[in-house]
Design a protein around this ligand. Structure first.
Ligand code: COD
Ligand code: ATP
Length: 198
């Protein structure tokens, strides 16, 4: 039996870091953002449909995220149109991963899990969370986004409090050691559930 755990959380809350902690414990991890990077890269499946819809977004045969951010900043509807192109391709990538993965616990790191109805495709959901000030500082410290871009993304995401309320597990990402201990607890609980269902 294979268990599918959805891992989500708002921007900068610690999804990628926590996904690595699950991988460290032997889970197979699929990363939605990494899938988007593959799809946007030269030769990726999103390049042709994105070129047709947003010719200005293509640079050197790949989709440029900087160009996309400019397009989104000027056109409020652009993100919806981008999503309608990208999300079906992401779904296919995820299905390919699930078909070949070997581990008993598959972890799906999906930033927009709640926003895209992803709860229905997993057996349980873990939400990573920290306080709002830490979240903002983490994102702005990366230096890849302005405060306006951060606020715009955050406004589109399901609020943290709602995510926590809908989660089966909440993982606080205050320190790495604490997060690692919580990941181990989640895995132990899942294995208990799998044994009970067997
Ligand atoms: C908007 C883009 C160009 C920004 O690129 P950039 O490299 O600066 O940021 P990155 O992709 O790392 O995203 C930063 C944060 O914003 C979140 N975010 C990205 N897209 C969206 C979205 N459509 N709605 C809400 N949050 C989003 C990410 O999940 C992440 O938490 C890029 O995210 C994009 O092309 N998004 C559309 C595709 C998509 O929906 N991706 C989400 C994963 S399926
Ligand atoms: N458990 C933790 N303890 C301390 N710092 C953490 C922890 N988890 C994440 N961080 C820090 O928070 C920042 C954001 O983490 P990460 O990139 O994992 O977030 P994310 O949710 O994947 O971000 P995004 O939504 O933008 O993709 C990083 O600087 C990371 O080092």
């Amino acid at each position: 039996m294979t268990f599918r755990l959805g891992l989500t959380g708002s921007i900068g809350m610690g999804k990628s870091t926590t996904a690595r902690l699950f991988a460290e414990q032997g889970c197979a991890v699929w990363d939605a953002d990494a899938a988007v990077h593959r799809l946007y890269s030269s030769g990726g499946a999103a390049v042709a449909p994105m070129a047709a819809a947003f010719p200005d977004a293509i640079q050197d045969g790949a989709v440029s995220r900087d160009a996309l951010k400019n397009i989104i900043a000027q056109d409020a509807d652009a993100l919806k149109r981008i999503e309608s192109i990208v999300h079906p391709l992401v779904a296919q990538d995820r299905a390919d991963f699930a078909a070949q993965a070997q581990a008993d616990i598959l972890v799906f790191d999906i930033p927009l899990l709640f926003e895209t109805g992803g709860e229905a495709r997993v057996d349980a959901v873990a939400v990573v969370s920290t306080d709002a000030d830490t979240q903002r500082a983490r994102v702005l410290d990366r230096g890849t986004m302005t405060e306006d871009q951060f606020n715009a993304i955050r406004a589109k995401q399901t609020p943290d409090a709602e995510k926590r309320a809908r989660a089966d597990y909440v993982i606080l990402t205050d320190t790495i050691e604490h997060a690692r201990a919580q990941v181990q607890d989640v895995i132990a609980d899942i294995r208990k559930r799998m044994a009970a269902d067997a």
